[in-house]
Design a protein around this ligand. Sequence first.
Ligand code: BGC
Length: 740
Amino acid sequence: MRYPINPSAMPLRCRWSGRLAGALLLSAGAAQAAGPDPAARAEATLKAMTPEEKTVLTHGIMPLPIGANPPPLPAGAVPGAGYVAGIPRLGVPALTETDASLGVSYVFGLRKDGATALPSGLAQAATWNPDLVRRGGQMIGSEARAKGFNVLLAGGTNLMRDPRNGRTFEYLSEDPLLSGVLVGNAIAGIQSNAIISTIKHFALNGQETGRKFADVRISDAAARESDLLAFQIGIEIGRPGSVMCAYNQVNGEHACSSDYLLRRVLKRDWRYKGFVMSDWGAVPGLEAALNGLDQQSGAQLDPAVFFADKLAAAAKADPGYAARLDDMNRRILYAIYAAGLDRNPVTPGGKIDLAANSEVALETARQGVVLLRNEGNALPLARTAKRIAVIGGYADTGVLSGAGSSQVHGEGGAAAIVPIGGGPWAAFVSEQYHRSAPLKAIRELAPQAEVKYRDGRYVSEAVAAAKDADVAIVFATKWSTEGIDQPDLALPRGQDALIAAVAAANPRTIVVLETGNPVLMPWLGQTAAVVEAWYPGARGGEAIASVLFGETNPSGRLPITFPASLADLPRPELDGLATLETNFSGDAPTPDARLPVNYDIEGPDLGYRWNARSGRKALFPFGHGLSYTSFTATGLALRGTRATLTVANTGAREGATVAQVYLTARGSERKQRLVAFQRVNLAPGASQKLTLAIDPRLLADWHDGGWAMPGGIYTFAIGENAEQLGSPATVRLPARRWKD
Ligand code: BGC
């Protein structure tokens, strides 16, 4: 099923009262600004190119003093992740590229101009709100444009195959539908600024350990039904100008030189018209051009600049390379014209309304906070509370963010930077806090209370403060970064012991987690409430306080499973973690090194699907999240692949819930998949009937080069979350086969 540009032809699930339609129309608006027929314009420009000009767009640099031989900075390059020269004679603009999905990044501290930090990808996904995620994309895209960038290296779509993955915080979820719909909206929002967004990292880049030589083993069917489907849906909705291929290998092929991923899946089956850019330092050799790579990014990080003179020489000698070189240009030009880069030139120094933009970050954080536990309605806190102890997590300073290429700095820089280690990557890999202190926000919401802060270094001091308070709020942090996976799911630095001791001293203990991954909670049963705030971005402290005091009714739902133990994972040991040296870049120790990673263990059944298949229960399941009001979701009925149900707010205050519909069985085969969802905001006593279209790919298997649905009875259920399922509803569907 395609997601067409014409909203009236759009599946119902995608209409969301016209909100996604708005996103698509914005993209269409940008395309109109670009002028008609980008393909014809690309063809004409290609015809006018000299042989020398044909390798200008096919390679770029990192416009930074980085790498063994940093190239001189060209005039017009903006310090950022990438720069690809333009062809002024033909009116083709240079590509000025910056990271990433959470905002315009600070580039190792080289940019001092400040940008708005959205909450982490997980926090965005926990909103289950495509419209809000699109607004986030629109906002960060507008900042990129104002800073002189016309390509945003956003659109992180890799599914969570391992909760220890250091980049989990940047990505969205473990589910292809949720990730695909959200990333598509983020991209549509970004590109509404007449700039290009990527979708990345294509594909199966599921761990950072040995990221450049991890060799993922997975069957075609399993990949198409999971990770690839997320990309496919994201591309259909967002129409990104570029796809960034990944560092890892897939079934023995480098992702950036993978005939399977780039030529067969992306360009042949999905008929993708934009261009494939490499990840930085991911190009194994010139032959990648023949295998579908169109542009070599940050080329000084690769063993050689393959896509300049070497490519020109190969094109001169070999018609195969010559044809590819034309195709590479055609694709890059198509993306430039489709986004309207030449007609809407970017110039640095544009005006940015940081205050207005931070409202988008604040709203995303508010909707993304997940209330995991709330015993005896411990939350919301009464504004009349007298004595509050706030403990740990740098809550007096700011909120944690994830590190690596996506790191954003707000105006004035980080509130605090805690170095993790030395070495060449020290500026990149450090624990950084955004300037939005929860302590200040709590004090503002409870002006009459005596609020004591203890940093949590000394358990005895924290316990004394907790004993002396009506309520203790412990902030627990777990930092994560690109380049390094986490050894386990524990909170570091003795925080588990701290929480247990505080909770023993005061039964009204609230734990606020700022994490980029799921964590274990050995102290869970002792606490009154637990709030997952993720990395909540530029205004995170305020968002947390507003949930704690009930100004915001929490509505976030987990976009990932919090496993009960490492033993429950398909790979209890993360491949390479115990044997390899921590190596931020993930470079291979020898050129032919391979780290096999077997994704066929779980195949397409990630997270909740794995638990359902193997009868396991999560610590907190996918889709879980509590509210200060109560809801019912009833009356599930199916007509073909259309589901109807009614959602009602049965409590006393306004709130939002997420209707989740799961496939639970096909015939006698038990099979769990999220097939439709919708976030709904309801006044107390109000109800809404929903009609949700189910994408048939979620009901099908990939078989013999296409999708196949067996004929028979399909069983569905409404899920409060992936484990709490309502009564079954069935429908008989005919057998069907179709191609992408
Ligand atoms: C990351 C990409 C990023 C690129 C440019 C790489 O290390 O994997 O996500 O866009 O650097 O900074």
